[in-house]
Design a protein around this ligand. Structure first.
Ligand code: BDP
Length: 723
């Protein structure tokens, strides 16, 4: 077909597709025709053909992606050619595989970007204008291709194009909490993406699209299975399935990892014990690991949840976490695999303050782990709440590589339904200053290895990807997958910049859409903090489903109940974690410790996390605690209302299907924000015994009404219709 005809076809297709219904499957890789005419002309002149020297599965997918992207964005077929025979050739490759790339003066730039980085630049070859996508390894070239496409997708100029980038963190992983029966532990994005019953014979096309999406944001590993592990995944039948997935992911630079159930030697190995110092147990794991590497030669390693929430672990045999981790590490080391040992531990015995336990158990083990062990620490010391202070372990284990684990799936933040952009939450944690080595010792520097000079670095996000057509259960949840990848690659990126590129790529470059939607996204995290857990409150949700408000819930062990955390009484509200209380604050370095411990300096946002505050005490705003509480809860609802109005003003600017689906979810979110507010205010009012201050909306129902509500069992959208 001639170029003209192709162009016509593309234009026709575009005419109908500009606002065609979209279901979200294409994520941020939609590649619609560039709508800005000047940019389109610029791109068509600058990008006319493609040269890929060298051959490998990774280079092939890079070339395919580039061709696919250009076909959509430019509306023309960009031909593969053998050499630079015209202006506008894109040259992709590595110095090792491409003579052309090797001949260019890029050695210094390439040295600086390491194994996974890339250099993308406009230059000339034999007097012809070219765009070079160069890297040291093929996977870097793939990342460079995605960087170039991102530039086009966001309508950036190609003039003087000179990108050079490399990931600051080595292991950038998605942790899937997926079970072998196809369910997902609190995944809330539908069922598991992995069709274990069909594998290895049937390979869903979604696996490849999942890998493309991950590679486009630099994610280079996937833990396939739930931390609450099932030993069966280590049996030969399942390993064949795991190998099939690994084969699909490999060209995209993604390694697979598995969760290792500590008692597997007993459950599937027929041993009497799983004691990590027992020679038979050690030999069993060595054989098992060798077997895994026979089918998955680039297997990444194990993620382990041990002696936490009833999971088996080395303490069952009076051994330490280090004994357990090191045993697995010794089995993996000959193959280059790692152990990610989770610090999310708390024992069956209810501790005085649950948030202290990880620090108390792990700091004595600093330096005791093998070099291929990383300790994986949640961002905060409790459990993925809308807001927590940063985890005090960051900075406190200078001789141990600490990975950070964040939760992309929003277990405690409205799950699939609520629009909550997590970029600001993660930015807040990464920027938190631990003061471990004086001012500037941020969490980002702990996990990227620059503070203590550790050899291994990593970050993991609990995935929200599932089997829903839109992958994540709602369109805006895709932004959190995207933001996690971008921050894992560069923990210095701003939440606003990430939101900006995601909106442009996912919806439209129309400034009248981008600006208001970005504002919504950036306000959304503080909104959820306000309508669920303002002022440093935490863990007020219903037991089991973790969805709606239930500050009154009192079933189960004390440290799973809201009253353990909020400590409301007639005098005041909040958990005293200063020296007069649990003294958890002592786990932070000075001056952070002093700032949190002192009522005059603790930020309002963490006030009730660290202090029990009298109902009539005045806060910085001049309002009393009770007034401020009502104020914040109300502000959270107001923000959601504003988000909804903002969205209503955008009708017609994007396709109808996604617009309508977001509208539907925002309506649910508004209803539920009010549910949270009203139920929480009424509950705390029993203790404050004060009226709702003038000017604030009265709750819609009585406290008894909210206490009687039960959520339907659908964990994806367990909205209480009666709210
Ligand atoms: C909590 C979840 C639970 C997980 C646990 C974990 O409620 O389902 O198993 O964390 O991280 O957030 O191990």
């Amino acid at each position: 077909m001639s170029r003209v005809v192709l162009l016509l076809c593309a234009l026709l297709a575009w005419g109908g597709s500009a606002l065609r219904a979209e279901d979200g499957y294409d994520l941020w890789l939609r590649y619609p025709l560039v709508s800005d005419a000047a940019r389109l002309r610029e791109y068509r002149a600058a990008l006319t053909a493609l040269v890929v020297e060298g051959d490998s599965p990774t280079l092939r997918v890079a070339a395919d992606e580039l061709a696919r992207g250009l076909r959509g964005l430019l509306g023309v077929e960009v031909p593969r050619v053998g050499r630079v025979d015209r202006d506008g050739v894109i040259v992709v490759g590595t110095p090792a595989g491409s003579r052309l790339i090797a001949s260019l003066p890029l050695a210094k730039e390439l040295r600086a970007v390491g194994a996974e980085g890339y250099v993308v630049r406009a230059t000339t070859v034999g007097g012809r204008r070219v765009v070079v996508v160069a890297a040291n390894r093929d996977v870097g070239a793939l990342y460079g291709v995605f960087a170039l496409l991102r530039r086009l997708q966001t309508h950036g100029s190609l003039r003087g194009l000179a990108l050079a980038d490399a990931p600051r963190i080595q292991l950038r992983l998605l942790d899937h909490w997926d079970n072998l029966d196809g369910s997902v532990e609190r995944g809330y994005a539908g069922g598991s993406l992995w069709k274990w019953d069909e594998l290895p014979g049937t390979i869903s096309p979604r696996y490849r699209d999942y890998a493309r999406a991950n590679a486009s944001i630099g994610i280079n590993g996937a833990v396939l299975t739930n931390v609450n592990a099932d030993a069966r995944v280590l049996t030969p039948a399942y390993l064949a399935k795991v190998a099939a997935l690994a084969d699909v992911f490999r060209p995209y630079g993604i390694r697979v990892y598995l969760t290792a159930r500590f008692s597997a030697p007993i459950e599937i190995g027929g041993l009497k014990t799983a004691d990590p110092l027992d020679p038979a147990v050690r030999a069993w794991w060595r054989r098992k690991v060798d077997e895994i590497y026979r089918v998955v030669p680039d297997f990444g390693g194990f993620l382990v949840k041990a002696n936490s929430e009833g999971q088996p672990g080395p303490q069952d045999y009076h051994r330490s976490h280090a004994d357990g981790a090191n045993m697995l590490a010794d089995a993996l080391a000959p193959h280059g695999g790692v152990v990610m040992w989770r610090a999310f531990v708390y024992s069956a015995a209810v501790p005085a303050d649950r948030v202290k336990q990880a620090y108390d158990e792990f700091t004595p083990l600093d330096g005791a782990f093998r070099p291929n062990v990383l300790v994986q620490v949640k961002n905060g010391p409790l459990d993925f709440q809308p807001r927590e202070p940063f985890h005090p372990l960051f900075g406190a284990m200078p001789r141990t590589p600490l990975m950070m684990e964040v939760q992309i799936t929003k277990e405690y933040l409205g799950m699939a339904t609520h629009l909550v952009y997590l970029g600001p939450l993660w930015r807040e944690v990464l920027d938190a200053d631990t003061y471990a080595r004086g001012a500037g010792s941020t969490v980002a520097k702990v996990i990227d290895g620059s503070l203590f000079g550790g050899a291994r670095t990593g970050i993991a996000g609990v995935s929200n990807v599932g089997s829903d057509r839109d992958w994540t259960g709602a369109h805006f949840n895709q932004a959190n997958w995207y933001a996690f990848g971008r921050l894992a690659w560069d923990p210095g990126l701003s939440a606003a910049a990430i939101a900006d590129e995601w909106i442009r790529m996912t919806f439209t470059n129309d400034p009248a859409f981008v600006a208001p939607v970005k504002a919504m996204m950036l306000a959304s995290r503080e909104a959820v903090v306000n309508y669920m857990t303002p002022l440093g409150l935490a863990h007020l949700m219903g037991t089991g489903h973790h969805y709606g408000p239930a500050p009154w819930a009192d079933a189960g062990r004390p440290d799973w109940t809201p009253s353990y955390y909020h400590r409301a009484d007639t005098l005041g509200l909040g958990f005293d974690r200063t020296a007069t209380g649990s003294n958890a604050v002592a786990q932070y370095f000075p001056p952070v410790r002093d700032r949190f411990a002192n009522r005059a300096t603790v930020p309002d946002s963490l006030l009730l996390w660290f202090h029990h505050v009298g109902w009539n005490e005045r806060l910085r705003s001049g309002r009393t605690l009770w007034e401020e509480l009502v104020h914040r809860y109300s502000a959270g609802v107001d923000t959601v209302r504003w988000m909804r109005r903002t969205w209503e003003g955008l009708r017609g600017r994007i396709d109808a299907q996604r617009y309508a689906e977001v509208s539907r979810d925002l309506a649910i979110q508004e209803r539920e924000a009010k549910w949270w507010r009203d139920a929480s205010i009424l509950y705390f009012q029993q203790f404050s015994r004060m009226p709702i201050p003038a000017g604030y909306e009265p709750p819609a129902h009585t406290l008894e009404y909210y206490m009687r509500l039960t959520c339907p069992a659908d964990p994806r959208r367990p909205t209480c219709d009666a709210v």
